[in-house]
Design a protein around this ligand. Structure first.
Ligand SMILES: [Cu+2]
Length: 465
């Protein structure tokens, strides 16, 4: 016997909700979940400091975690209560182009006071994140991001998991308020905006109690504007299970340190090897010295599980192979500019412009001699074609190149293929080559995830028709 609307209404009335009109009730049951961006105050710095005014999703730092099962649809009504227009990008998800959230390319920025409905399928399991994608270098630095976790359909063999979002905040050391200079030419022309307060999930003192011999899945997300984290493990045996959401065919034992560039994610399985009373750490290496990025005190427990063997790989996501690289269409991307670079001039707003005049316009970088987005894409591809892009970094700074909408593999020596990723870190003077199958139609941004660089020249796009 199915419940009719009238039954529901009658029930509502009997519970004292007689004032509800049918329209209100329908709206209440069918409205998508909201994701509200607004100004908020959170305790970022230690408790003896005042709260920090941030821009956050649902007034939280990090924003509300979105967690679904592989194959589920994600439906969110983005409500913009910020003083600026904004949009939401779902970083790493291979989704419909219209939902990619890039202001100025896939949609108009959503003005203050307005809303935009996002809806898409989560076809890939893994660790992703969402963040603002209008004036990103300011809006992400102010805190507009959160984790987006797509769980495997079958349970994974770990005791539990933790999501760790790494960021660095540029705070006034007296007031704990964000440095408001988001357009600083020095940041844009050098390594980007780097913070002085390094945090995990919005705190520099993240402590997560664990039990001896427990196996945890750690989902690491680098949400920083520019900081490249050099990380290691202490008191854990660890394996890399996935990069940028995509499982490795064979888990990689963590030996020594590993890098996590802006935008990148890594999924680790870690076994607690530290003893009860000790503290395991996710270690961050600043220069030569190690600091605790997150602490895991090992608490007394009677039922410690026995040590396990090496983990088996996570199940592959669909369409992870990149065939046809020998006959692929080839493209080149030459990065130039920045401080201490050799760029003399580049095309800015359609005109050949000296580097000196670029500096006056607060622009510092070029891709193939052009500053910023162009009318013509870097690559024009038909759906299903395989493409190779050779990236030359002719600058003295590292750049974390992020491709929207599709993952790629790096072509290594002897034509071996690297892991499937959506963001690749390319150091100064390096040349690296990536390949991908253009299996997702639309206009896809391809940009440096050092967000000050993207804002001052390092952005292009790929068109798939
Ligand atoms: Cu860059």
């Amino acid at each position: 016997m199915s419940q009719t609307r009238r039954d529901v209404l009658r029930m509502g009335a009997s519970l004292g909700f007689g004032a509800l009109v049918p329209g209100t009730l329908l709206a209440a049951t069918s409205a998508p979940i909201s994701l509200v961006a607004s100004v908020a105050k959170v305790q970022l710095a230690p408790p003896d400091y005042p709260k920090t005014e941030i821009w956050g999703f649902d007034e939280q730092m990090p924003g509300t975690e979105i967690r679904v099962k592989q194959g589920d649809r994600i439906v969110r009504r983005f409500v913009n209560e910020l003083p600026q227009a904004s949009s939401v990008h779902w970083h790493g998800l291979r989704i419909d182009n219209a939902m990619d959230g890039v202001s100025g390319l896939t949609q108009d920025a959503v003005p203050p006071g307005e809303a935009f409905d996002y809806e898409f399928a989560a076809t890939d399991a893994g660790t992703y994140w969402y963040h603002a994608h209008n004036r990103s270098m300011e809006q992400v630095a102010r805190g507009l991001y959160g984790a987006l976790i797509v769980e495997e359909t079958e349970p994974v063999d770990v005791d539990r998991e933790e999501v760790l979002i790494l960021d660095d905040w540029l705070l006034n050391p007296e007031t704990a308020q964000l440095d408001p200079e988001f357009e600083a030419p020095h940041d844009r022309s050098h390594a980007g905006r780097r913070g002085n307060y390094i945090a995990t999930n919005g705190s520099a003192e993240t402590k997560l109690p664990v039990k001896a011999n427990e196996r945890l899945r750690l989902r690491l997300i680098n949400a920083a504007n520019a900081r490249i984290f050099l990380l290691g493990l202490s008191g854990f045996d660890g394996w890399v299970m996935a990069y940028d959401g995509m499982p490795l065919e064979v888990p990689e034992k963590v030996e020594g340190d590993f890098l996590l560039a802006p935008g990148q994610r890594v999924d680790l399985f870690v076994d607690v090897t530290a003893e009860v009373g000790e503290v395991a750490h996710l270690v961050r290496f600043d220069d030569e010295t190690g600091a605790s990025q997150a602490a895991f005190p090992v608490e007394a427990t009677e039922s410690s599980t026995p040590r396990r063997t090496s983990p088996v790989s996570l199940p592959a996501n669909p369409n992870m192979s990149v065939p046809g690289t020998q006959s692929a269409k080839r493209f080149e991307l030459k990065m130039e500019g920045g401080a201490m670079g050799s760029l003399r001039s580049a095309t800015l707003d359609g005109e050949k412009t000296s580097f000196r005049k670029m500096v006056a316009a607060n622009q510092f970088w070029s891709f193939n001699g052009v500053v910023g987005m162009t009318d013509a894409p870097l690559a024009e591809l038909s759906s299903g074609e395989t493409a190779r892009v050779k990236i030359h970094n002719d600058t003295v700074f590292p750049h974390a190149m992020h491709l929207h909408g599709m993952h790629f593999r790096e072509i290594l020596e002897n034509d071996e293929m690297g892991p499937l990723r959506d963001t690749i870190l390319v150091f100064g003077d390096e040349t690296r080559e990536i390949a991908f199958v253009a299996n997702n139609p639309g206009k896809w941004l391809f940009h440096c995830h050092m967000l000050a660089h993207a804002a001052s020249g390092m952005a292009t796009w790929i068109n798939v028709t």
